[in-house]
Every structure is written in structure tokens, then in C-alpha cells.
Ligand binder design. Structure first.
Ligand code: UDP
Ligand code: MG
Length: 313
């Protein structure tokens, strides 16, 4: 088995050298080949210079230098595209994850497609990091149905097929288990060690909570309706349209049969609004249906994933 380690780095000059030696120490003990892919995500400090030196002295190292800071998700995506291993392991480059957990991840991946780390004793501040993260993990688990204690842990192992099929956008790396669950992957969570950040600065703050919430809406929508958008927009459209129709009908009867003036009635406005909104929703659903077809048919992407084929021919 060959293993690819994918590590995104953004201004981690103080960590990179120590990280590399502790990673190498652990990787020498595992069976089979390995490669370490360091992705310099447009660092403005000495990270890239240090990486160049490390690469010169170690043929197991691949360095990808991104042209600017694209963010952690893009850095992971670049690593996934270049990874050659049968198993791909991601981790942070700030020494908060422990390379010594890697052998346990490799053991667990034997019978699973995705193994996710769980920072049970997480060493970050409570109010700004651990509490929002607890709420987020609970919410993501409930909404997506993929129950994990710790979505945010970067230390994860994947089988090659999983990462090669993944398409990541925005800051979706936190949602990989939920996204991958669409493919029907077998997921396991194992406890991993977590250290406080001793050197360098964290790149995230409390502001990402709201972003995570919005991303969750996207993930849930894609998970449930990506091949049938009209089933999402349609029912709302029908409901609103019907309510608008009933209101308008009622007003029409009053006007025509009883001669009541309806020009100044708020209900008239509501009825018209509901009909327009209803038509809009159904129109959006139909547009969605066309987009789904263009997406799948132009790229020959199937709407299913096959695990095994049993056939005698
Ligand atoms: N990182 C990156 N690009 C970015 C932000 C972060 O490659 O735009 C890397 C960073 O260098 C680190 C990892 O992603 O290796 C996790 O970042 P950080 O430690 O700041 O996140 P935290 O642990 O505080 O959630
Ligand atoms: Mg960190």
C-alpha cells in the first residue's frame, strides 16, 4: 500500500521543519511507500523557501506552490489531484494534529473508505472555538445524517477513489464526510490526539460560524435534491400558487357575484403575490432540472455509484 500525506500550509514557517521531521519519523515505521505533498497556499513568509530546501533533501516530498492564497479547501483539492497513493491522509501543518495517529488511521482504513479523526480533548479556546464547533457538529450531524463528533478535524484518511471523485468548492473541506456519503462510503471515526497551537497564528476566527451554516444549506440541498431540484422547489410553488389562487378566487366571487369593491383590500395584494411566487418557484425548479441534465450529460457523470459488478460475460 502506498500512502500520500496531504498538508496545506499558509504562513507556517515556524512549524514546517519540526512537522517534517516528526512526520518522517512516523512514516518510516509504516509498511510500503509514502509521499508527502506539501501545499504552500500562497504564504507570504518563508514557508516556500523552507519547503524547497526540504524537497531537495527528501525524494518522498512533493511541493505544490499555489499562486496566491486560495484557502484550505483549495489547497486540499490540489493535494488530492496530485496524490498517487492508494490511501490519502490529510492533516494540518501547524502541529496541532499528531503524526503518531497515522498508523491507527491506516489500520482503520483497511475496512472503511473514510476514517475521520475526533479531537476528543481538543486544545483550543472554549468560547470562540470549541463551543461553536460543538453546536456545528451537532447541527451538521442532524441535518446531513452523517453522525460525527468532529467534522472540523483535518486529520482524516481516505481511500483513493473517494478523493478522486470529490469536487470541492468554497470552504467545503469541513463537509467532506457529508459530501462523500452521497457516494455511499463507509465512514469511521477514531479518537485522535490534539495539541495546542504552539507556534504561528490560527487563520480562522468566530466569523466562520455563519459561513458553516450557509455551507450546510448547500450540502443538504445537494445531498437530497441534486438530481431532482423540482422536488425541492415544486411543492413550495404548488402550495403558494394554490393559496394565491384560492384567495383570488374568493375575491373574484365577492366582486362579480356580490358587487363588493376589492381594489383596496390587502388580500388582493397577497393573492397576486402568492401566485407570482408560486410560478417563480416552479420555474426555478424547472431551470434546476435542466441544469442537472446539462451537468450530468455533458460530463457523462452517472447519477449512481457502483461498488461491484457480478457478471459471467
Ligand atoms: N491553511 C491554508 N490556507 C488558508 C488557511 C489555513 O492552507 O487559507 C492551513 C494552515 O496553514 C494550517 C491548516 O490550514 O496548516 C489549518 O489552519 P489553522 O491551524 O489556522 O486552523 P485551526 O486549527 O485554527 O482551525
Ligand atoms: Mg490549527
Amino acid at each position: 500500500m502506498t500512502v500520500s500525506i496531504v498538508v496545506p500550509l499558509y504562513n507556517e514557517e515556524e512549524n514546517i521543519t519540526i512537522l517534517h521531521s516528526s512526520l518522517t519519523k512516523t512514516l518510516k515505521t509504516i509498511q510500503g511507500d509514502y509521499e508527502i505533498i506539501y501545499i504552500d497556499d500562497g504564504s507570504t513568509d518563508n514557508t516556500l523557501t523552507l519547503l524547497e530546501e526540504i524537497q531537495k533533501g527528501d525524494s518522498n516530498v512533493v511541493v505544490l506552490s499555489l499562486r496566491r492564497n486560495f484557502g484550505q479547501t483549495a489547497a486540499f483539492a490540489a493535494g488530492f489531484d496530485f496524490a498517487r497513493g492508494d490511501v490519502v491522509i490529510t492533516m494540518d501543518g501547524d502541529m496541532q494534529n499528531d503524526p503518531e495517529d497515522i498508523p491507527r488511521l491506516l489500520e482503520a482504513i483497511e475496512n472503511h473508505d473514510l476514517v475521520s479523526g475526533w479531537r476528543k480533548n481538543r486544545k483550543d479556546t472554549f468560547l470562540t472555538r470549541r463551543l461553536p464547533s460543538m453546536i456545528a457538529n451537532w447541527l451538521i450531524s442532524r441535518v446531513t445524517g452523517v453522525r460525527l463528533h468532529d467534522y472540523g478535524c483535518s486529520l482524516k484518511a481516505y481511500r483513493r477513489e473517494v478523493v478522486k471523485n470529490l469536487r470541492l468548492y468554497g470552504e467545503m473541506h469541513r463537509f467532506i464526510p457529508a459530501v462523500a456519503s452521497w457516494y455511499g462510503v463507509r465512514i469511521k471515526e477514531i479518537e485522535t490526539v490534539h495539541h495546542p497551537r504552539l507556534r504561528g497564528k490560527s487563520k480562522y476566527g468566530i466569523s466562520r460560524t455563519i459561513k458553516v451554516l450557509l455551507d450546510l444549506i448547500t450540502v443538504k440541498f445537494l445531498q437530497s435534491f441534486s438530481t431532482k431540484p423540482i422536488q425541492f422547489f415544486g411543492p413550495m410553488g404548488v402550495l403558494f400558487g394554490l393559496m394565491g389562487f384560492i384567495i383570488s378566487l374568493y375575491l373574484s366571487i365577492e366582486k362579480i357575484l356580490m358587487g363588493v369593491a376589492i381594489g383596496g383590500r390587502p388580500m388582493l395584494l397577497l393573492g397576486a403575490l402568492l401566485i407570482i411566487v408560486g410560478v417563480q418557484f416552479i420555474g426555478m425548479g424547472l431551470l434546476g432540472e435542466m441544469i442537472v441534465r446539462v451537468y450530468h450529460e455533458s460530463q457523462k457523470k452517472p447519477i449512481y455509484t457502483i461498488k461491484k459488478i457480478l457478471s459471467s460475460s
